[in-house]
Write a protein that binds this ligand. Structure first.
Ligand code: HEM
Length: 461
């Protein structure tokens, strides 16, 4: 029997073939005319944005970039138009006054008003930061300490109940509630009470993200109000700037955007560092014992207030915080800038003007030449850090756009961990494992399982 071929698909097949060939020719053209063609990278990454997009979408970008550096060297392409640098030569030149942020930052807005982090050019960011920085001065931090302690002590009261009943708590969730309570109080004097020792249905309904919390705040009308605030808070400092120097004053919309930024940037980051530190200590009883001994020696009377003045002098606690920030940097990955006029030369590689270029703390923090046994959690390594260790330590980024809340974040970490590990022994239940705690990164990191269950057992004095 004669078979009749169906030829109706031919035009589609021909146009698909022509398009594919056209695309291939275009790729080859782009490849040979790309001013970055001297910079190595995987074939897939230098010809298409898909690999970077895929890795970012799956939360694996930081780890993927490390693997690319291992294969292709310190200056690589991670997309046809994006360069990533692993050499510490880049810290000062990429994060400088001359470079501006890329369009990747445009999305950091609150109701269309740009937050400070979204301001791409150095000049407007400088003005906004000038308005914000007084709120984080040393004097202000001193005034903030009792607020942090107030929330923490309330939280510890609640922790004690769990200790008595022998239950574990999910630190991923509850540490976030705690830092959110602290930051909301510091920012605009509102006691939100996510982490109070009673069942809190609002908090229970909003377990997953801060954005849920933020919209909740907005709906319940807790977005900054000027009246009846008990003390000088970050909002009041911004208002002071407006009175003293109206030219530098933020508009009311910008102030609200900044309050939201502070809530967002200041809670997850600190909470997740405290969580990863607690996990590390729970899995390393020897390290935890050393920390407890240092705290017990510094504060022999358990009822004595654990002041920041004293906590900040404890080298082992300092080392614990730094190791947590090093291994589990809350914002670990590629922070994009545009190469300045005249371009940059890093590790003998020229990066032309306007190129999207960045580094990631995740890579520098794992450089075995700077931090021997980089995945080992060793607080002692910070007792006498080398200049290279200091230069490559980038949890708060570097230069004129580094974190505004660094001192507050550092202070909170020391107060939280100091109080918890003075009074409690922290233990891992079987479900909390290296795999459940593996990093997933969507700008900030979180544990893969979305939980960090730990037991907190009150110590008997
Ligand atoms: C452990 C705690 C923290 C870590 C590790 C951290 C880390 C960072 C990093 C890496 C950046 C730079 C982001 C970039 O260039 O894309 C940043 C920016 C920022 N952080 Fe933090 N942060 C922490 C706590 C805080 C706190 C407590 C606040 C405020 C209450 C805060 C407010 C900000 C703001 C406003 C920016 C934007 C600065 C700018 O763009 O000029 N952060 N932070």
């Amino acid at each position: 029997m004669v078979q009749v071929k169906d030829t109706s698909d031919y035009p589609y097949l021909i146009s698909a073939a022509v398009s594919s060939i056209g695309l291939l020719v275009l790729q080859i053209f782009w490849y040979f005319t790309n001013p970055l063609r001297h910079i190595p990278g995987s074939w897939a990454a230098i010809t298409s944005r898909l690999p970077l997009f895929y890795e970012s979408f799956s939360g694996n970008r930081a780890q993927w970039i490390i693997e690319q550096h291992k294969r292709y060297g310190p200056v690589i392409r991670i997309a046809p138009n994006k360069v990533c640098v692993a050499s510490d030569e880049g810290v000062k030149s990429i994060y400088s006054n001359k470079t501006m942020k890329s369009t990747a930052y445009d999305g950091f807005r609150y109701h269309d008003v740009k937050m400070c982090i979204a301001l791409r050019d150095v000049k407007s960011a400088h003005t906004r930061r000038k308005g914000l920085l007084p709120a984080f001065s040393h004097q202000n931090l001193v005034e903030m300490e009792p607020v942090i302690r107030f929330h923490l002590e309330r939280f510890l009261g609640w922790l004690e109940k769990f200790s008595d009943s022998g239950e574990y708590i999910d630190c991923f969730k509850w540490f976030r509630y705690l830092t959110f309570d602290v930051v909301a109080d510091l920012a605009f004097g509102q006691q939100i009470g996510w982490a109070i020792p009673v069942h809190n249905p609002a908090a229970e309904d909003n377990q997953s993200t801060n954005s849920n919390m933020l919209s909740e705040l907005e709906t319940v009308g807790l977005v900054p109000k000027r009246n009846d605030r008990p003390r000088v808070d970050i909002l009041a400092r911004l208002e002071e700037v407006a009175v003293k120097n109206p030219k530098e004053a933020l508009s009311p919309e910008e102030i609200i955007a900044e309050m939201m930024e502070v809530l967002n940037a200041g809670s997850d980051t600190t909470a997740n560092t405290a969580m990863f530190a607690s996990y590390e200590l729970a899995t390393r009883p020897d390290v935890q014992k050393k920390l407890h001994s240092e705290l017990a020696e510094a504060f022999p009377d358990p009822s004595e207030p654990l002041t920041f003045a004293k906590l900040s002098q404890l080298p082992y606690l300092d080392g614990v915080c730094r190791e947590a920030l090093r291994i589990h940097a809350p914002i670990p990955s590629y922070l994009e800038r545009l190469a300045p006029e005249g371009g940059l030369t890093i590790a003998n590689t020229f990066i032309p003007e306007g190129t999207i270029v960045g580094m990631q703390a995740y890579t520098n923090h794992r450089d075995p030449n700077v931090y021997p046994d980089p995945l080992g959690f060793s607080p002692e390594r910070w007792f006498d850090p080398t200049p290279e260790m200091k230069l490559n330590f980038l949890p708060f980024s570097a230069g004129p756009r580094s974190c505004i809340g660094m001192n507050l974040g550092n202070m909170q970490l020391r107060i939280h961990l100091g109080h918890i590990f003075r009074a409690y022994e922290v233990v891992c239940p079987p479900q909390t494992t290296p795999d459940s705690m593996a990093h997933v990164e969507f700008f900030t990191i979180r544990p893969k399982s979305g939980a960090c269950d730990l037991y907190f057992r009150k110590r008997k004095e």
